[in-house]
Design a binder for this molecule. Sequence first.
Ligand SMILES: Cc1cc2nc3c(=O)[nH]c(=O)nc-3n(C[C@H](O)[C@H](O)[C@H](O)COP(=O)(O)OP(=O)(O)OC[C@H]3O[C@@H](n4cnc5c(N)ncnc54)[C@H](O)[C@@H]3O)c2cc1C
Length: 582
Amino acid sequence: MGSLQNWRYTALLPTLISFAGATGILTNSSDLRTTEFDFVVVGGGTAGNVIANRLTENPAFSVLVIEAGGSDRDTLELMAPGFAPLIAPNTQWDWNLTTTPQAALNNRSVSVARGFVLGGSSTINFLAYTRGTSNDFDRYAEITGDDGWSWDRLMPYIFKNEHFMIGESESLENQTARFNPSVHGFTGALPVSLADLSHEIDAKVIDTTTEMSEDYPFNQDMNSGNHLGLGWVQATVENGTRSSSATVYLSDQFLQRPNLQVLVNARVTRVLQSNTTNCTSPTFDQVEFTQDGGASVQVISARKEIILSAGSIMSPHILMHSGIGDPNALFEVGIEPIHNLSSVGQNLTEHPFLSSAWQTLNDWSETRSGPLSHPPLSFMAWLRLPDNSSIFESFKDPAAGPNTAHYELFWINGKVGPEPAQGNFLTLGSVVVAPTSRGAVTLNSSDPLDPPLINFNLLSSDFDMFVQREAFRSAKKFLTGSACSSFIVAAPTNATTDEELDTFIRQNALGVFHPVSTAAMSGKNATWGVVDPDLRVKGVSGLRVVDSSVMPIIPAAHTQAPTYIIAERAADMIKEAWFGVV
Ligand SMILES: Cc1cc2nc3c(=O)[nH]c(=O)nc-3n(C[C@H](O)[C@H](O)[C@H](O)COP(=O)(O)OP(=O)(O)OC[C@H]3O[C@@H](n4cnc5c(N)ncnc54)[C@H](O)[C@@H]3O)c2cc1C
């Protein structure tokens, strides 16, 4: 791990003190007060902890969270935003999953980082807070036939989740050049703040928005519903410390609730039916888990509901091991099908990502990286192909609407990925945010402890390849503009033609850790999809899915904020179903 010399100890101290006093996180099931709860939440990740927190606001509801990973408490690496590039992938806090060989990437397998720790991926992510666009959510409303998923109707949940922190070191007027207070929530749960560095390169990036304003217009606030343009990153950071679903929704004050228990180091293997005589619809009311690597299993009961919040890879994995999925595929690996739901695990969508390191004159990494209290990203741009782009002759525009990007550029301090030979670098990430390639999560065996087969099918569509090329060309154009060019010493590749760029992309593209849509929501009577608009699993009782897997289409966003937003609304839907009031 890197040096801690820049860490803001003063910011950290109160956090350490409160963590030291944390209660209520159990490591052994024998310490549970009961084996029957109203709700059992599977996965103490981004979405799961929102559900646990909101349901236990009602003292009449008892909730157990079961998390496969360990506690996040007292761990500096997880608290300091600057450590983000070092804590995933391939660490003790990551599930350490990989894809199957990706045909369009020269058969390379790529990493599928997922948080294996309380807080899930919100504990190990890069902290960028991006909501997506009004088009993204309005399309969810249209697909599901539920207007409650539209941008306007979700606004109260966006605000309920967000606690925007105004920085104290700078006047509000200065800060509002970088964000628009009228589109933010200031009383919600999750601290969000501006990336607040100021260095020479910032001015160069901003100058480019004036110099090339048609290509890279400045956007004061990319979380307004219209993200197009270039602007300042907002991040899930409070006073230099990461805010995650565990630090916020499972903070000490909530862990003291007598109706909430959290069990870590407990891996859920299946959901079960205690009574199989009900022929109308299978009812799932038990959760099977192991704390000893499968040597023994234990069972916990849910009186009201089981909420699967194990994320886009493991929620469908658990469903399939429980007999819910495509019956033929289940039969093939030796699992008895219980409920035919062939969309489980299908529609897997990931944002393809090309990380390109540009050699710079000065050490941007050194001058920019600053204290570990800062997130790794400071600017982002969300950009569209021109309307008359030739690709639209063969592909319908897959973006959610005219306010929504086809690709994103972001700037990272220093070098991401395998180390280059020598020199100073800045990384320009280019991401296809309206991909048309679809993959799947499928099973390898009937053993629930075996990792699933994960196939993103990254860049398998010509549209995605086209956008990835154009995104790289756009990054190059940006950096060779007069504001930045004096800074750049060498490009990462000399490739210019489509063929040369394809070779570069196939050798270097990755996923950006935003997999979604494997338990997609669809209209109530749709013949596809896994959950109804209220996130109940179609055709069974007692089971909902609440996490990033329910997004019917990948948003043009980094996926933590959309996941939080969905979870906040889901919590109200569950309360309403069982109490009639929220
Ligand atoms: C390295 C990385 C960087 C990222 N950077 C960003 C970013 O900068 N901005 C952004 O918006 N998004 C980012 N993302 C994506 C974002 O964090 C995720 O999309 C989002 O947090 C997913 O939330 P979730 O609730 O669906 O799943 P998770 O938060 O992953 O939660 C799932 C939880 O379920 C647990 N679990 C799984 N299976 C089981 C089981 N069988 N039994 C018990 N528990 C189980 C997991 O351990 C985990 O805690 C990043 C993700 C990663 C991994």
